[in-house]
Design a protein around this ligand. Structure first.
Ligand SMILES: CC(C)(COP(=O)(O)OP(=O)(O)OC[C@H]1O[C@@H](n2cnc3c(N)ncnc32)[C@H](O)[C@@H]1OP(=O)(O)O)[C@@H](O)C(=O)NCCC(=O)NCCSC(=O)C[C@H](O)C(=O)O
Ligand SMILES: [Mg+2]
Length: 290
């Protein structure tokens, strides 16, 4: 189960084989750093990348940032060794790519039996095969280390033979169902990457689309995307003012025991109180890590 109040606005991938990128990771304002051993690393560099990722984790210095290693899929020549190495590493999680069915996660969970209890499993949602299993997969958040879904829209586009445009039209139903499945079981969920890393207007529009769909944050490929992403996924001043007003109104003696009240001319129900508390908790965590 995920820590839902933990900010995961921005999750920056970097190839673990890229020493300059790794050196930058500790100073970037990303909430999550994902050291990639998979698609960003050429086959001949896989072992070196694994060693570099484990060494970077051991060196530490990532501060408040969550540190995740994306391993190669378990059915590749590197997957099993990646998982075995990461199980002993000083990281917060293992991101498993190309998850096709719930048994991929239970197998990985079993392989992590002796890993520290803080180690979480993150699952990429990026194959056609996994789509009918989203609910069953998310339900594993209640019985395994699974805590987070990450969309992989590039791989989905490849498998579906769909076109990846800025509007992301072919993927919108999938984004909705993935968010709903994650939420049904308390699993966090991050949106996929925007490949247009030089065009921040395109990036920001896509990030806002992800926010609208309910994602906790977005995965990124370039340092320039971090600050705009944090801005999009941080609670706005207006949202926070409303949240504080709802909390204050429900605390008034005259509203004790009420399920629905009027706040600044709008209806607020207990569900809004819950949302308000969650928003304030996230804002406090963001402020504490700044
Ligand atoms: C996309 C890039 C290949 C672009 O590289 P480049 O043109 O070299 O970028 P810059 O010259 O603008 O770089 C400027 C400096 O910033 C550092 N840098 C660049 N990217 C990163 C990064 N991701 N993290 C940390 N630091 C980074 C450069 O080293 C430069 O530093 P300096 O030399 O000191 O000035 C490149 O950005 C990149 O490789 N990005 C990450 C790619 C990646 O990880 N891909 C895998 C994850 S995405 C994915 O798999 C999608 C998913 O699975 C799906 O299916 O959708
Ligand atoms: Mg992928």
């Amino acid at each position: 189960m995920s820590d839902i109040a933990r900010p995961r606005r921005s999750a920056l991938y970097m190839p673990a084989s890229n020493a300059r990128a790794l050196a930058k990771a500790r100073s970037l304002p990303a909430d999550v750093i994902i050291l990639d051993l998979e698609d960003a690393v050429a086959p001949e560099a896989k072992e070196i990348a694994r060693e570099a990722a484990i060494a970077a984790a051991a060196e530490g210095g990532f501060g408040h940032r969550e540190l995740i290693i994306r391993v190669n899929a378990l059915d590749t020549p590197w997957g099993q060794d990646d998982v075995a190495a990461v199980a002993q590493a000083d990281v917060d999680g293992v991101l498993v790519p190309k998850v096709n069915r719930p048994s991929d996660i239970t197998a990985c969970n079993a392989a992590l039996a002796d890993a520290p209890s803080r180690l979480r499993l993150w699952a990429m949602i990026e194959t056609c095969a996994v789509l009918p299993h989203l609910d069953a997969l998310a339900a594993l958040g209640r019985s395994t280390r699974l805590s987070t879904f990450v969309m992989g829209v590039n791989d989905l586009a490849k498998e579906m033979r769909a076109r990846l445009t800025p509007e992301r039209t072919p993927f919108l139903p999938i984004l909705t169902f993935a968010v709903a499945a994650a939420r049904a079981h308390g699993v966090a969920i991050l949106d996929g990457v925007c490949n247009e890393f030089r065009d921040l207007a395109v990036f920001e529009a896509e990030a806002r689309q992800g926010l609208l769909f309910g994602f906790d944050g977005k995965t990124l490929i370039h340092p320039d995307q971090v600050e705009p992403c944090n801005a999009v996924f941080s609670p706005s001043d207006e949202e926070l003012a409303w949240a504080h007003a709802v909390i204050a109104a429900f605390a008034l003696p005259e509203n004790a025991g009420k399920g629905a009240i009027r706040v600044e001319g709008r209806m607020a129900e207990l569900l809004h109180l819950e949302q308000a508390r969650q928003l304030v908790a996230i804002a406090e965590r963001i402020a504490a890590s700044a």
